[in-house]
Design a binder for this molecule. Sequence first.
Ligand SMILES: Cc1cc2nc3c(=O)[nH]c(=O)nc-3n(C[C@H](O)[C@H](O)[C@H](O)COP(=O)(O)OP(=O)(O)OC[C@H]3O[C@@H](n4cnc5c(N)ncnc54)[C@H](O)[C@@H]3O)c2cc1C
Length: 605
Amino acid sequence: MSATDFYDFDVIVVGAGHAGTEAALASARLGAKTALLTMSCDTVGQMSCNPAIGGVAKGQIVREIDALGGEMGRVIDATGIQFRMLNSGKGPAMHSPRAQADKKAYQLEMKWRVEQQEHLSLRQELVESIETDKNRVTGIRVAGGVVYRATAVILTTGTFLKAIMHTGESTSEGGRAGEKAAHGISGILRDLGFQLERFKTGTPARINGRTIDFSKCERQPGDCVPQPFSFLTDQIEQTQMDCHLTATTPEVHAVIRENLNRSPMYTGQIQSAGPRYCPSIEDKIVRFADRESHQIFLEPEGRNTLEYYCNGISTSLPRDVQRKMIHGIPGLEHADIMRFGYAVEYDFAPPTQLHATLETRRVAGLYFAGQINGTTGYEEAAGQGLLAGINAALKIRGHPAFVLSRNQAYLGVLIDDLVTKGVDEPYRMFTSRAEYRLLLRQDNADRRLTPLGIQLGIVCPERTRRHNAYENELERGFRFIAQTRFQGNSLEEWLRRPEFTWRNAEESIPSLKTERFSPHCIRQIEIDTQYAGYIRRQEAEIARLEKVDSMRIPDTFDFAALPQLRMEAREKLGHLKPTNVGQASRVSGITPADIAVLVMYLNSS
Ligand SMILES: Cc1cc2nc3c(=O)[nH]c(=O)nc-3n(C[C@H](O)[C@H](O)[C@H](O)COP(=O)(O)OP(=O)(O)OC[C@H]3O[C@@H](n4cnc5c(N)ncnc54)[C@H](O)[C@@H]3O)c2cc1C
C-alpha cells in the first residue's frame, strides 16, 4: 500500500448532517484526532426538511446540547430569522424555544465552525465499507479504495442508506432531493450481523414567495424580545422575519381524496412506517376525516431567497395533484412551486443493538447516531451525535463512559428510550416522554449539565467562566431573597405565591433595583422558589427509585438461568442485556413482578 492509500485518525465520523457535525466537534474538542467524512462538503449541517430548530421538547434538547458545549444553539442564534418561545403561557416545564433558520446561512455557519475546529479534518468522501477485525472496528473504506484507519467510527448517515424517493408513481434513488443514496454500508452492516429495517419520512413543496397572496394569510411575527438558544449568546440582534398562516379547505381535501389511489402510501408502493405524529396531508385527510381544515405555516427559507416552506402539507402525491392541491389553498392560488414534496424510504438499525454510549453491542468501537437509529429530527440527531462523539473520544483514552440518566436530561430520556424500548415508528422527543419534566426545563439546562461539561473538559473557557459567575450570582440572589423582608414576610415567601413576581417586589422594595441581578438569574429564582415544593417531591421520588434502579447487572449475568423469571422476560432481557435494574424495568413487556424477581436475585447473589 502506498503512503497515500490510507490515513490514520483516532475517530472517524461518517456523514456531516446534524448528528455528524456535533459528533465530530465533540470528539475533536476532547482532543481526539478526528475525520469528518461526508458525501458533499456543500451540504454540511443541511436541513433536509423544515427550516427551523427547536419546538416543544426539541427546544429543551438544543439547550441541553448547548449546555454541554455543542454547537446547534450558537449556530441558530447566529442565523435565525424568527424566534418564538412556544407555550410561554403554560408552566416553565413546557416553555420551548423555537426559531426559523436562514437555511443556507445555518448550513454555512455550521460548516465554518467545523472548519475552524482544531484536531478536526472535514473531507468530501463517499464511505463504502466498514473495516473490522474480530468484532472490533479498524476503520472505513471510501470510494476509490482509500482506507481511513481509526479506533472508533461513528456512523451518522441519516436518511441515506439504500434510500428511495417517491413522488406519485415516480421513484428515484437518493437520500434527499438532488443527492445520491449510500449503498455499500447497509450490506456490510448486515454481513456484520446487524438487523436493519426501513422507515419513511416526507417533506412538503416549497413555493416562490413572490407568488403568494399574503393578504389572504394571517401574519405570524416572532417574539418582541427574542430569547437566544445558547447560554453564551447575550441577545439576538438581527431583525426578525414574519411567517404566515393559511389552511386547507374542504375542496382541497376533495382533491386529495380523489387521488389517494395515486399516493405511494396508499398504492402499496411505500411499505415502511412513517412518523404518526407528523403525518402527510394524505394521512391527515384519511385519519381525521371529519376535519374540514388543517393549518399550514408558510415559513421563509432565508433572507436571500423567496423560497417558502409549506409546513403542514408534507406529501408524496404526484406533481399534478400537488399543483391542484396547492392552488386550492387561500393565498396560494397562483403559487409557483419551486420544489415538489416527496417521501423517502431508508434503512435504519433498530437501536436496541446499542449500549447507552451509542456504541454497538456487536462491533467494539463502532457507534451509531442520528436518523440511522430510527429517530427523526435535527435536534434528536444532534444530541445523539454529541453523546456518541464524547463517548468515542473518552473510550479511546480509557476514560469512563458518559451516560446521562432520565432525571438529568431529555438527552438521557432519548438514549434510554432508544436502547431499552427500541422504535416502531420514527422516534421524536415529546415532553410527555420525560417522567421528571419539571426538573428538565429549558431554563436550567446549564445548571443541570454545564458542570458535567466542565468535568469532561469539553466546554470552552468562556462557558466555564460564565457558568461559575452565574452560579455565584444565583447564590447571592437566593441569600438575598431569604434575608430581605417586607410586610412581615421574607421575599422568598412572597415569591412562593404564584401571582407574585420579582417585578411586583421591585415596586415595594426600592433597594431591589440596585441589587442588579440579571434577567436569567431573576427568572431562575422565581421558578425555583415558586415550584420548590414540586421540585423537592420529584427529587425525593428520584432518590427513592434510584436505589433500586441503579443496582448493576453484571455483563455476564445469565437471565436464562433464572427459572423464576417468565420466559418472555428471560428472552427479552437476555437479548437486550440491560446494565442496571432501571433499564431492565423499562424494557417493553417487563412487569413489576419480573423486576421483583430480578432484584431479589441480585440482592442475594
Ligand atoms: C425528505 C425528508 C423529510 C424529513 N422530514 C422531517 C420532518 O418532518 N420532521 C423532522 O423532524 N425531521 C424530518 N426529516 C429528518 C431530518 O432531516 C433528520 O432527522 C435529520 O437530518 C437527521 O440528521 P442526521 O445527522 O442523522 O442525518 P442527515 O441530516 O440526513 O445527514 C446525513 C449525512 O450523512 C452523509 N452520508 C450518508 N451516507 C454517507 C456515506 N456513505 N458516505 C459519506 N457521507 C454519507 C450525507 O451526505 C449527510 O451529510 C426529514 C428528512 C428528509 C430527507
